[in-house]
Ligand binder design. Sequence first.
Ligand code: FAD
Ligand code: SF4
Length: 333
Amino acid sequence: MHTFEFIRPADQTAAIAAAAQSKTAQQGADVRFLGGGTTLIDLMKLNVETPARVLDINRLPLDKIEAASDGGLKIGAMVRNSDLAYHATVQKDYSVLSQAILQGASAQIRNMATVGGNLLQRTRCVYFRDTAMACNKREPSSGCPAITGHNRTLAILGASEHCIATNPSDMGVALAALEATIHIQGTKGSRAIAFGDFHLLPGNTPHRETVLEPGDLITHVTLPAPIAGSKQIYVKLRDRASYEFALASAAVVLTIASGKVTRARVAMGGVGTKPWRLPEAEAALTGKPANDATFRQAAEAALRNAKPQSENKFKIELAKRCLTYTLRTATAS
Ligand SMILES: Cc1cc2nc3c(=O)[nH]c(=O)nc-3n(C[C@H](O)[C@H](O)[C@H](O)COP(=O)(O)OP(=O)(O)OC[C@H]3O[C@@H](n4cnc5c(N)ncnc54)[C@H](O)[C@@H]3O)c2cc1C
Ligand code: SF4
């Protein structure tokens, strides 16, 4: 591990000013915020991240979950994943979020991990985490050995010829289905970003993963007012039952009336280069009878543009079955 300066900024303004010294907020950043450290410290030990300065933001007052004035929920960026998953309002009105968090990592990691850190966790692509290997995401223009190498767990949606890495977050999939908004404070003031616009597709710049600029601090996430009577389910399929990332997962928020789907929000994990919202599936569901035929049609629409890698063609059918099963389970609940 490289040596680094450890700083505890006195307040938000000092944290942002110190982070703004970094030449980038993306891969290669020389200043990093420290949340729970469960991603950052791992990657520093592997020399994948080598910040010269680490800014501990654990004492900033960003750890509250509060009712928002529009009837929604405001979640501080430093709220621990466990606290969010077990919060009474989240369990009652946004249960898909609670389910998704509790199917990720382990209890110990969830106790440390923060909302901001979870949004910015990095891919588990083995080449990204091994500095002896080339990787366009870690070292721009060095190549992508995953395309011809180990890619069983990697993306079938949103990949480019430069990077096929999956976004590993479970929480992010639920936030996509719940249409969350991410709130950022930076050197030029504050801004709100719709969840779907926060993560970037790899394109030819896979080292740029989000819209964040140097100095940008995620302060909180908001959820819109809950949808009355909605059925919410998160299903995660993986190689072993716990402590494992998704091969395919689905978050659905469905409203059904008189046997028909009146509103559908659908997102998937384990298959895309970012938490993957599926408007095609939502359109295929809305107004249709809530039955298996409709669910399968939605799954076909969802995966229509999927492009498998050499080792993961199985993910296409797996993802379709995952989504069909999730929709069926939501309807039955
Ligand atoms: C063994 C293991 C298994 C795991 N399994 C799963 C799993 O199954 N599913 C899953 O979803 N996740 C899984 N994870 C990932 C885990 O969820 C993340 O490591 C965690 O959510 C990151 O949160 P953190 O607060 O520890 O982030 P940190 O490591 O503190 O930070 C991560 C990044 O976010 C930045 N950051 C943190 N807070 C802010 C902020 N407020 N504003 C701007 N930037 C910020 C940091 O600078 C850093 O770049 C696993 C992790 C491990 C180690
Ligand atoms: S898939 Fe992306 S993260 Fe993995 S080796 Fe290729 S460029 Fe790197």
